[in-house]
Design a protein around this ligand. Structure first.
Ligand SMILES: Cc1cc2nc3c(=O)[nH]c(=O)nc-3n(C[C@H](O)[C@H](O)[C@H](O)COP(=O)(O)OP(=O)(O)OC[C@H]3O[C@@H](n4cnc5c(N)ncnc54)[C@H](O)[C@@H]3O)c2cc1C
Length: 392
């Protein structure tokens, strides 16, 4: 293989391109917009920047935020100081930084819209507005709204959710996460350099309903929309069956990031999986793998690395937002447990850092159950004795 075309220059495409070029392959990246403010919270977890240090060790504008408030209408708010901050970028800054790294590694970057791709006996013909480009292999990184129908994940309505919000030119030093009754999703307030990204994501609700919920929240918090800019986009949230049938690779192509549905179905975290899948795709393409085995090898690598965990997350998602535990809604109980149990707080810290796999969550919760319940009861009886409180 001599030439690889990267279709799309978001975090997935630019990460794959950088590594392929560093590995010695001629790499062409095509993106219709290049660095742009892609609708996003822009939050990167510890899991992402501890593995890819350049995500934190750079001069690009960003915020490192530790203080986080989790709240639900019924249980109120609880503060959690993250052991590892969330690193929050504007997507223009993040995309620009990643594209500059790719360019410095030797990637040929073109601002072009890919109109169509045709499989040919010896590779691909890529049609753009300004002519055709030949490549031996394609990495599909065109995001959740991939317009190329023959490659990448095929989304059904159940496998996506709306995510929308506002960039608000105001300041705040902490993160807010708000759970809402009846919503399989949440509201976030992420402080960025110079503004906030306030948004909502939710499965099974129209964009109109989500927007109304978010605007009600902003009004309650007195967050003005006067100077704010609205944004909205599709967020992949594959259901269990879709993970198993996911079209992640095919003859002569591999899909990375949102174009391959690689997003955490509970939190909506996609940046890490975009960068990670770009990295893993490039490792497979650079390795000495027989051409007809490349796609299988990629699928297996992705499954081993994180996709099985995300599949399990897809099965948990409904229970996390709409389930009931000890006669109360899970988000309410989560907040109440955090107030009363340091052990439970540690688990939440790790979930926020991205270091607690969903596959091992049940075991960890069960292992800690006795201690957690003990802490909750002790804290309840202490409050009852000292303050005369009776609510659990
Ligand atoms: C509202 C919202 C909030 C989010 N918040 C977070 C968050 O806080 N943290 C997190 O980890 N994840 C978050 N995500 C998910 C995250 O934004 C995505 O997972 C991530 O952007 C995926 O990167 P990507 O490179 O795969 O795709 P994208 O970032 O979408 O990049 C795709 C690129 O392809 C280009 N492109 C598309 N079609 C063509 C074409 N035909 N020709 C040429 N170029 C093309 C586009 O211009 C774009 O630059 C959020 C998503 C949404 C919608």
């Amino acid at each position: 293989m001599k030439t690889v075309a990267i279709l799309g220059g978001g975090p997935a495409g630019s990460s794959a391109a950088e590594r392929l070029a560093r590995g010695g392959l001629k790499t062409i990246l095509l993106d219709e917009k290049l660095a742009w403010e892609k609708p996003c919270g822009g939050g990167l977890t510890y899991k992402a920047y501890s593995q890819y240090r350049y995500l934190i060790d750079n001069d690009s504008p960003k915020r490192l935020v530790n203080d986080t408030f989790l709240a639900s209408t019924k249980a109120g708010a609880v503060k959690m100081s993250l052991a590892h901050p969330l690193v929050i970028y504007s997507r223009y800054d993040l995309n620009r930084m990643l594209l500059e790294r790719a360019e410095a590694a030797g990637v040929q970057i073109e601002q072009e819209r890919v109109m169509h791709i045709d499989r040919e006996s010896n590779g691909w013909k890529i049609r753009t507005r300004h002519g055709n480009i030949q490549a031996d292999y394609c990495v599909v990184a065109t995001g959740a709204r991939n317009p190329l129908r023959s490659v990448g994940t095929q989304y059904t309505a159940q496998d996506t959710m709306y995510a929308l919000g506002y960039y608000v030119p105001t300041k705040q030093n902490h993160i807010d996460i708000q759970f809402l009754a009846g919503l399989e999703g949440y509201i976030w307030v992420f402080p960025r350099a110079g503004h906030l990204s306030i948004g909502i994501c939710g499965k099974g609700e129209s964009a109109q309903c989500l927007r109304a919920r978010l605007e009600r929240y902003m009004d309650e918090k007195s967050i003005s929309r006067k100077e704010a800019t609205f944004y909205g986009h599709m967020l992949p949230a594959l259901e269990g069956r879709a993970w198993r049938n996911n079209r992640l690779a095919g003859d002569g192509w591999i899909a990375v990031g949102d174009a391959g549905g690689l997003v955490d179905p509970i939190t909506g975290e996609g940046l890490y999986y975009a960068i990670r899948s770009g990295d893993l795709a490039s490792q497979v393409l650079l390795a000495d793998v027989e051409p007809h085995r490349r796609e299988d090898q990629y699928r297996q690598t992705i499954n081993r690395d994180f996709a099985l965990d995300l599949l399990y997350g897809a099965m948990l998602a409904k229970r996390v937002f709409s389930g009931v535990v000890l006669f109360g809604a899970v988000p309410n109980r989560m907040i109440e447990f955090m107030r009363r149990s340091p052990r439970f707080c540690e688990i939440m810290q790790d979930l926020f850092a991205g270091t607690q796999p969903y596959l091992e969550l049940k075991n960890r919760l069960l292992k800690n159950l006795n201690g957690t319940l003990h802490e909750i009861l002790m804290s309840f009886f202490f409050r009852k004795l000292v303050f005369g409180e009776t609510r659990v």
